[in-house]
Design a protein around this ligand. Sequence first.
Ligand SMILES: Nc1nc2c(ncn2[C@@H]2O[C@H](COP(=O)(O)OP(=O)(O)OP(=O)(O)O)[C@@H](O)[C@H]2O)c(=O)[nH]1
Ligand SMILES: [Mg+2]
Length: 448
Amino acid sequence: MFESLTGRFNGVFDRLRGRGRLSDSDVDAALREVRLALLEADVNVGVAKAFLARVKERALSSEVSQSLTPGQQVVKIVHDELITTLGREPSRLNPASSPPQVILMVGLQGSGKTTTAAKLAHRLNTGGKRPLLVAADLQRPAAIDQLETLGQRIDVPVHVERGGRPARLVKAAIKRARSDGHDVVIVDTAGRLQVDAALMAELGDVRKAADPDEILLVVDAMTGQDAVNVASGFLDQIDLTGLVFSKLDGDARGGAAISAREVTGRPIKFAGVGEGIGDLEVFHPERMASRILGMGDVMTLIEKAEATWDQAEAEAAAEKMLTASFTLEDFLQQFQQIRKMGPLDQLLGMLPGAASANLDVDVSDKDLSQVEAIIRSMTPGERRNPKTIDGSRKRRIASGSGTTPQDVNRLLKQFTETQKMMKAFAGGRNPIPGLPIPGQRRPTKKKR
Ligand SMILES: Nc1nc2c(ncn2[C@@H]2O[C@H](COP(=O)(O)OP(=O)(O)OP(=O)(O)O)[C@@H](O)[C@H]2O)c(=O)[nH]1
Ligand SMILES: [Mg+2]
């Protein structure tokens, strides 16, 4: 998802990472890259400009944290502005002003209205609601069949009338919903290739008849620059209460979502992530921003590190890590600090590197205490040079730590694996190089 934007941003921030200080020209250079990234992702020019102005203002103001590197600061600001642009909090469906709750799906031809209507019905149905789907796309008989088929598959009734006008049909459907005890009515409407007068007139009539609680514009995430025109066209002519992005599972470039959200000011409520009926997710601005930046929840990690870890110490650790001279002794020294940062599996899960390495991050605190005990039972020499730990030393360490020689063995093996992995991270991109990853478990490939 959002491949090209992610790739671009990674390029920019790789260059910033590890630098001591950012000058004004560094900020400008970084923002030029960000601008290109946005434009390449088909973010509307005006939207990109406004976005960059906000980032720059914040980057040059003094609100930045002292304990982050300048690169991290810019990452943090871009990330934060992206969240703001995408809408900060996840947005729920508006409740019914008077039951039933009526939801209109609108959008261009092929954007995913019919599919999304069915997905949403399924979602609400499994959530305990009693939805009624309404086939108000009377342009093509096939459109009605499509919705009927989907309705059968998810066991949600579909209101169908062949012939007649969409507005009348919708009125009848709402009446039926009331008498049949449906609490939600989801109306599928016709699409056109462009925002045109005939479509808008028809939708205007439907809107009047339906008096909807939600008018959701379904936008194909692959829509490029045109997303702005489409979204503002619908907003001006029939009004919107929210946006849904479909086909986010494809190689869509994030631009459409960013642009449409910015120009309409309407929340993105759902994301379509596949053709399957279950492939509809509540849209999370924060997650999306992180995905766009390709950093997992790296910001959270930065914040935690900031709170608990002295920068100089972290840098020293990073240095060791990168030169792979990291020993069990360092590991032990950092142990307490790492643990202060929170449950380990959570921390590891936040590392994009760990995610892409398919690491099994299921590490319990009990495991960690055992690791700590074992290392504490080693002599400093053994910690620095684990190769000297032979059979009899292993037995001694085991009895000293209340474990078995097998436990000691496993730890040593895992430590070697971890060292190897750290080297691999160092070769690739480890955003928080100071964070060691104690491998209580072997890095395992997750089963697919
Ligand atoms: N991969 C993927 N395909 C989707 C998604 N949403 C819709 N589609 C596909 O997009 C195509 C068009 O979807 P429809 O729901 O028929 O679009 P529509 O807006 O109702 O189209 P018209 O009624 O012709 O205006 C279908 O093949 C869907 O399976 C999605 O989130 N991911
Ligand atoms: Mg349709």
